[in-house]
Design a binder for this molecule. Structure first.
Ligand SMILES: Cc1cc2nc3c(=O)[nH]c(=O)nc-3n(C[C@H](O)[C@H](O)[C@H](O)COP(=O)(O)OP(=O)(O)OC[C@H]3O[C@@H](n4cnc5c(N)ncnc54)[C@H](O)[C@@H]3O)c2cc1C
Length: 293
């Protein structure tokens, strides 16, 4: 059963921020409610006040602005799938949206809620990490952009203060010809939380060598993480089987897998290697096809 709480319905972002500030630390924002409401039912979160931020105009929309792709925190996963800007500039995020939960949840669940909940398995996190995303945190009279990597501090823990809301997420528009890939393994094909998820984003020079690369892993550490050592292995190299193998080993070394209801630690470690290797092989194959065209 839901514990008693007061539900506030602001009509604007400043109103929402005043409410959060006024009731801090006893107030929490709710967007789609697909994490917060189950958590409240289970007694994991017990805010006295819930501030509904769903539908606030200032948190909506996907746009291109000053070399960035800007995504409102209130954008739903379903809206990501409908966006031509996401198709064009962030296919890695689109791929994560395609395998996110199910259509019902995707219609409610927001990108801001996914990151704000800060599960190590949040599916929007690895794609946004490889796109070098920053999040805009706002409070009454203040705002700051923070690298997404610094936003997460632990399991379901972020640097977002009680008086703050995430207003938007931005990523530099990737260079043309950049390859993005996301893959998750879960216990079912839909409505399932990731056992492991992996995202890669890569660009190549004319000689076919990797110019820029980012690899991010979900559900293998207390927060979603970048695999920097694996990226260093790839930078400046062609995607040969030996290089892919070395990068895969390095990515596995970055993981700090634990066992839980979804998987043993050992299985997670193996799956991490399998997914990283497959994504790199796929990018290599696609890049090979492109360079012959
Ligand atoms: C059946 C089911 C299947 C699911 N499958 C997946 C899946 O495949 N992949 C996946 O990653 N997740 C999955 N989830 C989890 C959940 O749907 C997502 O994490 C979702 O994106 C949360 O968004 P929301 O808008 O519903 O967040 P809410 O529940 O509204 O909020 C989540 C948290 O973020 C905070 N928050 C919300 N908005 C803001 C904001 N603007 N600024 C700061 N903090 C904010 C809230 O206070 C709360 O702590 C699933 C959940 C269910 C119930």
């Amino acid at each position: 059963m839901l514990p008693p709480f007061e539900l506030l319905m602001p009509q604007t972002l400043p109103e929402a921020l005043d409410m959060l500030g006024g009731y801090a630390p006893d107030a929490l924002p709710v967007a789609g409610g697909t994490n917060l409401i189950p958590d409240m039912r289970g007694g994991k979160r017990t805010p006295g006040v819930v501030v509904n931020v769903a539908g606030l105009e200032e948190l909506e929309g996907i746009r291109r602005e000053d070399g960035y792709l800007v995504i409102g925190s209130g954008v739903t996963i379903a809206e990501l799938l409908e966006s031509s800007l996401i198709d064009e500039h962030a296919p890695v995020l689109r791929q994560a949206a395609e395998v996110f939960a199910n259509p019902l949840v995707r219609n409610r669940a927001t990108v801001g809620g996914n990151l704000g909940n800060a599960s190590p398995a949040a599916d929007a996190a690895p794609p946004l990490l490889v796109l070098d995303a920053e999040v805009k945190l706002v409070s009454a009279g203040e705002s700051r952009w923070v690298p997404l990597e610094d936003f997460f501090v632990g399991v379901c823990d972020t640097i977002c203060r009680h008086v703050e809301l995430m207003a938007a997420i931005r990523t530099p528009v990737p260079a043309p010809g950049s390859f993005g890939r996301f893959r998750k393994l879960a216990l079912r094909k839909s409505t399932a939380i990731s056992v492991v998820s992996v995202a890669v984003q890569m660009t190549f020079n004319h000689a076919g060598r990797c110019e820029d690369v980012a690899i991010a892993l979900g559900a293998v550490a207390p927060t979603p993480i970048r695999a920097y050592d694996a990226e260093a292995v790839l930078r400046g190299e062609a995607l040969t089987p030996q290089v892919i193998e070395e990068a895969t080993r390095s990515a596995c070394d970055a993981a700090r897998c634990i066992g839980d209801v979804r998987s043993s630690a050992g299985y997670r470690e193996r799956v991490t290697g399998v997914l990283v290797r497959r994504l790199l092989e796929e990018v290599g194959a696609e890049r090979g096809v492109e360079s012959r065209e």
